[in-house]
Design a protein around this ligand. Structure first.
Ligand code: GRF
Length: 194
């Protein structure tokens, strides 16, 4: 019996889609039980509904970037009620801390579009371009109290090519993300259930 996943996202949800595709293709033994977003109109919710997955909106009490404690506690309760065993942050733009982290210790994953520890934070592919780096990449890691820190599960590089724009580089990284995230979930899940 596969791992029960909960996904948190703020945007388009292409990584959530890649996880679903891997499940449907039989390469990832898991089930997404719940998808939550801090943005009521985020496309990730629409995608989830199309697949008949339960969705919900996280009420962040009007804060633009903060993830208030009450909202984290509500999120933890909803994830637990849905039977979620592993939480996947997929383009979720708020920092997860206590109390949500305490409820799912070593059970929250994040995907980040850089070769961490290089370029944490927002729009890391732009940071890599601006720094004149020769390669970029993608990292899946466990979430801890820091921003884009925590033990790395999988990481892979892509080249930065002459003439790359932020958009072309981000697109190349996203292709990699869509392969790496399901693989990392599978690896974590095998570690637990073997
Ligand atoms: C991805 O680039 C991910 O690495 C970053 O946010 C983006 C989310 O994209 N954390 P999507 O919503 O999964 O399409």
């Amino acid at each position: 019996m596969g791992m029960v996943l909960g996904v948190l996202g703020s945007g388009s949800g292409s990584n959530m889609q890649a996880i679903l595709d891997a499940i449907e293709a039989g390469t990832l033994d898991a089930r997404i039980a719940l998808v939550l977003s801090d943005k009521p109109d985020a496309f990730i919710l629409e995608r989830a509904k199309r697949h008949g997955i339960e969705t919900g909106v996280i009420d962040c009490r009007g804060f633009q970037t903060k993830f208030p404690e009450e909202a984290q506690a509500e999120t933890a309760a909803r994830l637990r009620d849905a039977g979620v065993e592993l939480v996947c942050l997929a383009g979720f733009l708020r920092l997860v801390k206590s109390p949500l982290l305490d409820v799912f210790p070593q059970r929250i994953l994040n995907i980040h579009p850089s070769l961490l520890p290089a370029f944490p934070g927002l729009e890391s592919w732009k940071q890599a371009l601006d720094a004149g780096a020769s390669e970029a990449g993608c990292t899946v890691h466990f979430v801890d109290e820091g921003m884009d820190t925590g033990p790395i599960i999988l990481q892979e590089a892509v080249p930065i090519l002459p003439g790359d724009s932020a958009a072309t580089l981000h697109a190349r990284i996203q292709v990699l993300e869509h392969r790496l995230y399901p693989a990392a979930i599978s690896q974590v899940s095998r570690g637990w259930k073997a």
